[in-house]
Design a protein around this ligand. Structure first.
Ligand code: SF4
Length: 251
């Protein structure tokens, strides 16, 4: 990590205390020159951030990763959100050739059969498009919360994404789901219809199920895998390499 990146992270974390999410976004925008990219999966946290960014006309790009396997309800919400705010959510798609190779190699639903195959799918459909979305950006905004899972407990407002050389900010890191839901209700922010059906964390349709009462919030994501491996590679320092599939084919 460069000294400048470390200094920026330290300064932002030192001055965020007591600020509301909108003020955190403004602080980030004032403090970091260059492009800031917010990636939304259209979950409830991301909808709150989209509301703040669009309503306040903040100079932050709003981008989604369309894996091609999203729920119909998610596409409906995407349209509803654009209609509500009169703004376009830019989309990044998997590279066609890499996707064709992936499906040829492991089948259309190969992600169910082995963790490496699931990671390869996330690599092609999510991580590589994310890397393109963030290329040249100075900061990345996401909607992660501390209480979503054990490996997010130590999260701060900002951290350094050393591998991409940018500041990563989670303005809702210390908010609860209930607080965010209340904000969305108060402000008539559109949210995914699946939330009311027990889908608290929503990703691709084949890899997401509703959770049962008492289950952790993210228990419905990649539920067939070991709990400690349930991340898609978007929010780790060492993202899943896009070349996973190619390596397997070459092996
Ligand atoms: Fe593929 Fe499932 Fe990952 Fe979506 S969540 S990219 S379908 S493995």
């Amino acid at each position: 990590m460069s000294a400048a990146l470390g200094d920026t992270v330290e300064a932002l974390n030192a001055s965020f205390a007591g600020r509301a999410p909108l003020e955190r976004l403004r602080l980030l925008r004032e403090s970091v020159p260059g492009r800031i990219v917010f990636t939304t999966s259209l979950g409830i946290e991301d909808q709150m951030l989209t509301h703040l960014i669009f309503s306040e006309k903040l100079k932050i790009e709003v981008v989604t990763l369309d894996t091609g396997r999203l729920f119909p309800e998610t596409y409906a919400l995407w349209q509803e959100t654009e209609d509500r705010y009169g703004r376009r959510i830019r989309a990044k798609y998997p590279q066609a050739e890499a996707l064709e190779t992936l499906v040829e190699d492991q089948g259309v639903n190969g992600f169910y059969f082995a963790p490496e195959m699931r990671k390869a799918c996330c690599g092609v459909r999510k991580v590589e498009p994310l890397n393109r979305a963030l290329a040249g950006a100075s900061a990345w905004v996401a909607g992660l919360r501390r209480d979503q899972s054990a490996n997010r407990e130590g999260m701060d407002f900002v951290s350094a994404d050393a591998s991409r050389g940018l500041v990563k900010a989670n303005p809702l890191f210390d908010w609860t789901r209930a607080e965010i839901a209340a904000f969305c209700t108060r402000n008539a922010v559109p949210v995914n219809a699946l939330h009311a059906q027990g889908f608290l964390s929503i990703g691709c349709a084949p890899c997401t199920r509703a959770i049962r009462p008492g289950e952790p919030e993210r228990a419905g994501r990649w539920w067939w895998e070991d709990e400690t491996r349930r991340e898609c590679g978007l929010h780790v320092d060492d993202p899943v390499a896009v070349s996973d599939t190619e390596e397997r084919r070459a092996a």
